[in-house]
Design a protein. Structure first.
Length: 233
């Protein structure tokens, strides 16, 4: 999607609601097993069937040691005959045409539970938000580069436990509409997100009913439950 850097990231298994988000980006979908995936708009690179783009880090124990990077995934996608020309159409990334700065919102904190919280600190000089996990800067594990973005979106959605599931799986409803909090340039905007169906993109509207534009650069979307604690200062 226009990113030329070689990004390294961990790979987990698939959950149904992931496809509802990934499909609107026509994405290369990297995962390791999980629930069945049937969506022709996505390039399904399941490690269970296509192992070559992936590797395991023996220094990390348990089931969270599977990795890949954008270079490997793109190469595998090309070998399978898929085009890199992705038409995003009308969605929130296509509206990134601004370059505003100078607001007075300096910190955004999202608390998931007692032992896990995320916060973003706005750095006015760079007009970006540095990401922290449990008060430590979130960094690339290989380059040790700080992770920072131009836009932060907190999208509130209904989240419920799947009844009868002993593993604690969740049902995350990303189709419909709800509240979103949008931050860029040190500014805060209350918005409404709408995704009319599983085949439609997620759109953001401002308080006047107009499509909300974002700042130029990367965007991090935090999908949270309606009762998640969020602090802004």
């Amino acid at each position: 999607m226009g990113c030329n850097r070689r990004l390294l990231f961990p790979i987990l298994n698939f959950r149904f609601y992931f496809s509802r988000l990934a499909a609107e980006w026509q994405s290369v979908f990297a995962h390791c097993g999980g629930q069945s995936l049937k969506d022709e708009r996505m390039i399904n690179l399941d490690e269970m069937y296509y192992s070559s783009p992936y590797w395991r880090d023996k220094n990390i124990g348990g089931w969270i040691n599977l990795f890949s990077d954008t270079k490997n995934l793109r190469e595998k996608s090309r070998k399978l005959g898929h085009s890199e020309k992705i038409q995003l159409g009308e969605n929130i990334y296509a509206l990134s045409t601004l370059n505003l700065s100078g607001g007075n919102i300096s910190k955004i904190t999202i608390k998931y539970h007692q032992k896990y919280s995320v916060y973003y600190e706005y750095i006015q000089d760079s007009n970006r938000y540095t990401r922290y996990i449990n008060s430590k800067i979130h960094q690339d594990s290989k380059t040790h580069e700080d992770i920072s973005v131009s836009n932060v979106i907190i999208q509130y959605v209904p989240i419920e436990k799947v009844e009868g599931d002993k593993q604690g799986k969740l049902e995350v409803n990303v189709v419909g509409e709800g509240v979103a909090k949008v931050f860029y340039g040190g500014q805060y905007f209350l918005a409404k997100w709408i995704k009319k169906s599983k085949d439609q993109p997620t759109l953001l509207y401002d308080v006047h009913g107009n499509l909300l534009k974002l700042n130029k650069g990367k965007t991090w979307i935090q999908v949270v439950s309606d009762d998640t604690n969020v602090w802004i200062k």
